[in-house]
Design a protein around this ligand. Structure first.
Ligand code: TRP
Ligand code: ZN
Length: 463
């Protein structure tokens, strides 16, 4: 969703309903929206010609058979006259597609599900696409070798999305540049729990199956949407200013997780003091079994951890709520805006909690002998397989530390908070960031930092 058309779900639904009756496209002759939004690393991710405002996903899953039945109701606005548009969906069987209640023609090629509505859609029209689908969702392997998409676990499953795994479990505009509100309802055999993003607004059991309804009112990129099915202990507590905090802990991890998860309110408070107001209406954590996911992920409001996290990892994934989830990279090239910031958050946490100063951590990396750190500059990963290597994480954090050295602490922390405030719930790229820093610190010269630390090849000559 772009900020100008952000609609609360109810309003979006009403608007879509109001427009549903308008039978034909008013003689509009549209063109296809096109596959992909020219992401430098994932050219087929996302689609042209529309902007999603809301996803309503109704998923029914049975772990024993690994069978998923889904309905996705996608409310979007046409950004051009459209004769057809694509959704991204990998695997699964598409049973039926309607647009504004009328059957649409569909075809599939790779991850592209092309929908041709009965009538062309005029630019500006808000329309509602309903996709009914089913099958066994699959696990995708990233270019960097990590597993995402749908991950079956011992007693359930995990649905994860970074960078392009969400297309394995729901059809959508799967690029970080199109954020939307979500309502996700997951129905599972009674006795299991289903966890997702945002607020748990209802739980109901009928005929041996239990439905969990989760509501995300703020814009969310699809790569941080999440579903976790299994035996979870669900607990609620409060963060700063009464912020609802909900944790879901795989029962085998309850003991190991209790102490670290008790720090959630304190960490959120420290991050609010450092980064500004928490950007969402709820918070929490999802602790999966240690073998269920090979990595932690900053899924919105409720990051996922493979077993009980270390404090530093919790600090990292919570920092992503500001940097990544609220301020979202415009393309996968801007990944350092996520990982450099979340890594620097860990350095700052240590500095404030009796550990090494960020300066010491910076010098540790600068003087260290890990050549991988200097393999490429943070703002220019050489390919999709390298968007999550140490130049993006640690060298990205070093860029922030260089800015701090240049402007001093007071201005630096104002920059951290200001960046999160200016692009709150939006999308931003590296050029936006450098322009923002320059605007906030007139009279300072950042030429060398950008040239040597952000965009330059090799190890900068001076720390
Ligand atoms: N973003 C995660 C983190 O650092 C790490 C991660 C998990 C990742 N899966 C990924 C990064 C896929 C890039 C691609 O918290
Ligand atoms: Zn991260």
């Amino acid at each position: 969703m772009s900020r100008s058309v952000r609609l609360v779900p109810a309003a979006a639904a009403v608007l879509a309903l109001a427009l549903t009756g308008t039978a034909c496209g008013g003689g509009v002759h549209g063109t296809p929206g096109g596959a992909g939004v020219r992401d430098p690393y994932f050219p087929k991710a996302g689609n042209g010609g529309y902007d999603v405002g809301h996803y309503a996903l109704t998923l029914d899953y049975t772990p024993a058979t690994r069978h998923l039945t889904g309905t996705a109701v996608i409310t979007a606005r046409a950004t051009q006259d459209l004769s057809a548009f694509d959704l991204d969906l990998s695997g699964l069987h598409v049973d039926a597609v309607t647009v504004d209640g009328r059957d649409a023609r569909v075809s599939r090629a790779g991850q592209e599900l092309t929908v041709r509505p009965h009538d062309d859609l005029p630019r500006g029209r808000t329309f509602r696409t309903t996709v009914r689908y089913s099958g066994t969702p699959h696990t995708l392997t990233d270019p960097d070798g990590s597993a995402e998409g749908w991950l079956p676990t011992a007693d359930g499953a995990l649905g994860l999305g970074e960078p392009v795994g969400s297309m394995a479990w729901f059809p959508g505009n799967h690029h970080p540049s199109d954020k939307a509100a979500y309502d996700i309802t997951v129905t599972v055999p009674e006795g299991l729990q289903a966890v997702s993003n945002g607020e748990l607004t209802s739980v109901s059991t009928h005929g041996g199956r239990t439905g969990y309804h989760w509501h995300t009112p703020e814009p969310m990129a699809s790569y941080v949407a999440m579903v976790a099915i299994g035996h979870f202990d669900i607990a609620r507590t409060k963060g700063p200013d009464g912020l609802p905090v909900l944790t879901a802990v795989d029962r085998t991890q309850a003991r190991a997780s209790a102490k670290v998860l008790a720090k959630l309110p304190e960490i959120i408070k420290w991050e609010e003091d450092t980064f500004g107001p928490y950007p969402f209406s709820s918070a929490g954590a999802t602790v999966a079994g240690p073998d269920d996911a090979g990595y932690a992920l900053e899924t919105q409001t409720r990051p996922v951890f493979p077993g009980a996290p270390e404090t530093g990892t919790l600090v990292h994934e919570l920092a992503h709520q500001w940097y990544g989830d609220s301020v979202t990279p415009r393309s996968w090239r801007d990944m350092w805006l996520n990982e450099g910031f979340a890594t620097y958050a860990q350095w700052l946490w240590q500095e404030d909690h009796g550990g090494d100063s960020a300066q010491k951590t910076f010098m540790h990396y600068y003087d260290g002998d890990d050549d991988a750190l200097w393999a490429y500059p943070p703002a220019k990963p050489p390919g999709a397989a390298h968007i999550s290597d140490s130049p993006v994480y640690e060298r990205g954090a070093m860029v922030l530390h260089k800015i701090r050295q240049k402007v001093g602490d007071e201005a630096f922390f104002a920059l951290l908070r200001g960046w999160a405030a200016v692009h709150r719930h939006g999308s931003a790229d590296t050029a936006d960031f450098t322009a923002y820093v320059e605007k906030q610190a007139p009279g300072k010269d950042f030429t060398e930092i950008w040239r040597d630390w952000l965009y330059g090849d090799g190890k900068p000559a001076h720390p």
